[in-house]
Design a protein around this ligand. Sequence first.
Ligand SMILES: NC(=O)c1ccc[n+]([C@@H]2O[C@H](COP(=O)([O-])OP(=O)(O)OC[C@H]3O[C@@H](n4cnc5c(N)ncnc54)[C@H](OP(=O)(O)O)[C@@H]3O)[C@@H](O)[C@H]2O)c1
Length: 335
Amino acid sequence: MPHTNRRVFLKQYREGMPSPEDFGIEDSEITDVPAGQVVVKVDKLSMDAWIRTTLTPGSFHETAGLGATIRALGVGQVVESASDALAVGEWVYGLLSAQTHALLPAAGLTKLDLSNSLQPRDFVGPLGVTTGLTAWVGLIAVAEVQAGDLVLVSGAAGAVGSMVVQLAKARGARVIGIAGGPDKCRYLIETLGADVAIDYKNADVAAEVARAAPAGINVFFDNVGGEILDIALENLAPAGGRVAICGAISQYSDMDNVRGPAKYLRLAERNASMKGFVVSHHAARFPEAKAEIAALMRDGKITLPEHLVEGIDHFAEALLLLFAGGHTGNMLVQP
Ligand SMILES: NC(=O)c1ccc[n+]([C@@H]2O[C@H](COP(=O)([O-])OP(=O)(O)OC[C@H]3O[C@@H](n4cnc5c(N)ncnc54)[C@H](OP(=O)(O)O)[C@@H]3O)[C@@H](O)[C@H]2O)c1
């Protein structure tokens, strides 16, 4: 049975922020499914900051070729199968990419375990590798958060940040979240339960962090980098602070000129550590992470609002919106 696939591909590279005209849209027919492969109807794509970095040459995440479908992680349902490993109707997670139908080797896909009332969308949400699991790995495996810690989180109203705030609270920490604008700050306090919210677009962040953390911060979970990282280093606790470098979204548009931390000597002066991580390197701990997050979900202690963009034609707009801070919580595209 042929499947019409609509895909979004890269037309040209550009320095700085991409523009909608850098992307093309094309329809084609999937008529043949080779042995070992399946056709997946893509249900939801996770809009992640790493996708942006693939659009320029020299990307850590492997640069997209011109004409290639833009890569993205997502969930979908098998609609045709030439593999014994996956049957029609099964739900999978993987690199489905910016398209309506993906023809992929079954071996590269993860079958979703939808027991205990879990929904496919949870696997690009609280249980998503690039959302909830990234938050868990950075906060718990890397920063080793403890009850009573004061945790500072940048990009706190986004997908990873929202999960960090809630996981830190669930582990008995106090949380200061940094996000852009009064609405996001209200969301941090009222929806996520953060103790303090700082609006970096309208407040003196250095003064606000110093005021909220007179004894210093124990953990900084950084999604943003740049000036905010320096402010966090300046406000580390006198000893034993941990900085987890998750990402640096403020720097992704000019990767050749990334602003490094000027205040890195605070690490030595305060016996602190700063450690980066790639979530996939901690896959051995995913079962532990999933169990903790799923239990919190069952107890109603995790909420992750979705910003759903409908239609694969709007994929590029959604990606650009991610960098403009135009969403709260988890941005997804539903092809
Ligand atoms: N290490 C890993 O393995 C790993 C895995 C997944 C994700 N990540 C990283 O996690 C971070 C969050 O990713 P996400 O997918 O959850 O995105 P997200 O937080 O849902 O969205 C990005 C948010 O970043 C903020 N932002 C954008 N430009 C900014 C700037 N110049 N300065 C300050 N804030 C800015 C915006 O919020 P405001 O409105 O508040 O500005 C925007 O909503 C990214 O840095 C990403 O690279 C790392």
